[in-house]
Design a protein around this ligand. Sequence first.
Ligand code: ADP
Length: 451
Amino acid sequence: MSRESSSRDQWSHLSGIVWQLASRVGLVVGLSLLIGWIAGNMGWWLALGLGTYLLLQLRNLWELDRWVRFRSVLHPPDFSGPWGELTAVIARIYRRKQFHKQRVANLLREFRRLTSGMPDGAALLGQHNELLWFNQKAERWLGLRRKRDVGIRIENLVRYPAFVQYLERGDFTHSVTVLQQGVQQHWLSIHLVQAEGSKQKLLIVRDVTHEIRIEAMRKDFVANASHELRSPLTVISGYLDALADDTELEETWKEPVREMRRQSERMRILIDELLQLSRLENSGELTDNQRVDVCGLLSLLRKDVLSLARRPAEINLQLDTDVCLSGAETELQSVFANLISNAVKYTPPEGRVDIRWWRDSEGAHLSVADTGIGIAAEDLPRLTERFYRVDAGRSRDLGGFGLGLAIVKHALQRHDATLTIDSELGKGSKFTCHFPPERITARAYPAVAGN
Ligand code: ADP
């Protein structure tokens, strides 16, 4: 039954009760007047009739009021007529309310049972980030206490600086990972979820210690293996170089030695790139910030490309600003060199590469655009993954391992910078690095024309 039709029913019921009461009053008045007319003194009989009737109504009202107040323990009064109907209407409203209350209580109980068995911690925050509710896991991992902490703002309870910054930033697309110090170290991943239009937030917390340890083991393994491979490879390359220089080497061995030298050089590049990547991943925040002359670096890189035998016909460099960056020179050089070398590798000889360095209110930007083979939209999100190559065969032929853009991504992250990629298959690609204003430093000496 709809809410509208049930309230209409109640109204018609109530008007029926009022009508019954009015007709009873009419009957009392009529009878009193008749008795008064027969016995004489109509006024007294009318007063007596109405007074008695009023007393009866007051008694009913008193009983109804007592029942309404103590209805959970008392039975409904046994009235007849309009009072009986009024009692039935109230009892029905009360039963419906009880039913809904019970349903909400059941739902809440079920919700509590489910959330207490959840593998993740969960907490509900109010409009001002005050703690409204939390489950057992959140209690354990975040050190919350049921009676004491409800109503207190979460930043006063969970004080990890990374979490407080995350909360202040208000961008909850990703989670934040914090290290919990204690008898045992734990890594916690905290994610806030805010439904559209809602002022409340759901905080989800997970213990990611195991994942972080596995990731650290993987990184260590790659770094150690690469390191250990380096020495034997140096020895092998040394012997191969000696063999290649040997004038008495038999003709049949010359081509195999040349191929072995090519492959050992490829291996050296792979090991260097792996070591570079693991250094970027394992070193903490950048502490040693130098003034990096981007214009000078780009001019040198362009010169290197111009000296290549196989390259696109046009390599343009447009320097719209001469500002420098504050950061690690080797890392930034590696970023620019990787982007430029990719543009050169994946652009045919008749194509063009445009390098541009400029500054605006959002910071400083470097773009490397080419008119090469381009990249399909579905490959774009995976480009910066390690060893991801759109066309593995082609990339291998061009000397690539799919590590270049992973190095670019990590080095840029360490400089608080981001990378955007625009590309269209068959038309070309544009890779742009965006550096925040805090990374910009002025030149220490007058700029030299870079083009
Ligand atoms: P690689 O050493 O194989 O070039 P990268 O990590 O630098 O590895 O690049 C990953 C993949 O992205 C490449 O294999 C290539 O398929 C694609 N790619 C990178 N830059 C370009 C570009 N400028 N034009 C077309 N494809 C590109």
